[in-house]
Ligand binder design. Structure first.
Ligand code: ZN
Length: 250
């Protein structure tokens, strides 16, 4: 069976006109949305889905006028108990433009983390060039039921340090481990096996096509198998990732 710990079924459909399809294996996935239309589409896109919602950390730059409405939708869905996770939230300091909204990103991050704690929901993190902020806020992260780092790009030592601080953290890897991202490859090879997840971030992190999709999970699993020293085969790996997904998302 396959696990996609972070994907956007609505965005994939908008980009390709097609629905995400699993390559003849059962798939369990976690979808993310920042508006209601996306959320409802994601919810209808497969039986084995966990559905998350958050104000995306890029939204203050990409579409500032939609931030307030997105936040209101987040609270409404949470109060109706429609959420199974909160995310993706976090910090995107990839360039100066994104960094210019640091104050608002921080406020939003704290609001999302507090909501996840109040509702006992896992928190999905989007972190670009902002590991320092993660450590600044590790106390609040420790109070969440689980933290899933989507497309983890931190160092091995940073991941281990979060675990030592008592954060129930899972590290999700996708195409980056096949595209020669050395930090991600090292983290995927060395962080504890029971903390690893696979993801596509579909449609946003393509391998060789224009868009990533669920078929890429097969190549990502093979990539992890090559990196890990455990005496396991592809079935053992799938089993472990499924167990990790279950532990992270409940
Ligand atoms: Zn994403």
């Amino acid at each position: 069976m396959l696990i996609d710990a972070h994907c956007h079924p609505f965005d994939f459909f908008s980009a390709t006109g097609k629905k995400l399809e699993s390559p003849n294996k059962e798939i369990f996935f976690a979808s993310s949305a920042w508006n209601l239309e996306q959320f409802l589409f994601n919810k209808a896109s497969g039986a084995n889905g966990v559905h998350a919602f958050a104000v995306h950390p890029q939204l203050p730059v990409v579409n500032p006028s939609l931030v307030q409405g997105s936040l209101e939708t987040l609270y409404r869905l949470a109060s109706e108990n429609q959420l199974q996770a909160v995310g993706e939230t976090g910090f995107d300091f990839f360039n100066e433009e994104f960094r210019s909204t640091e104050k608002l990103q921080t406020e939003l991050f704290i609001a999302h983390a507090e909501l996840a704690i109040a509702k006992s929901l896992p928190l999905i993190l989007h972190i670009r060039r902002a590991m320092r902020e993660v450590f600044t806020h590790s106390k609040i992260l420790k109070k969440t039921s689980a933290v899933v780092f989507h497309s983890y790009s931190g160092a091995v030592a940073e991941g281990e340090s979060l675990l030592r601080r008592g954060v129930n953290v899972y590290f999700s890897f996708g195409s980056s481990i096949l595209l020669n991202h050395k930090t991600a490859i090292q983290a995927c090879a060395l962080l504890p096996f029971e903390r690893l997840l696979t993801e596509t971030d579909a449609p946003y992190q393509p391998l060789r096509h224009d868009f990533s999709d669920w078929k890429d999970l097969l190549a990502i699993l093979q990539g992890i198998l090559r990196l890990r020293g455990e005496k396991t085969d592809i079935n053992g790996l799938e089993e472990q990732i499924y167990e990790n997904f279950h532990n992270a998302y409940g």
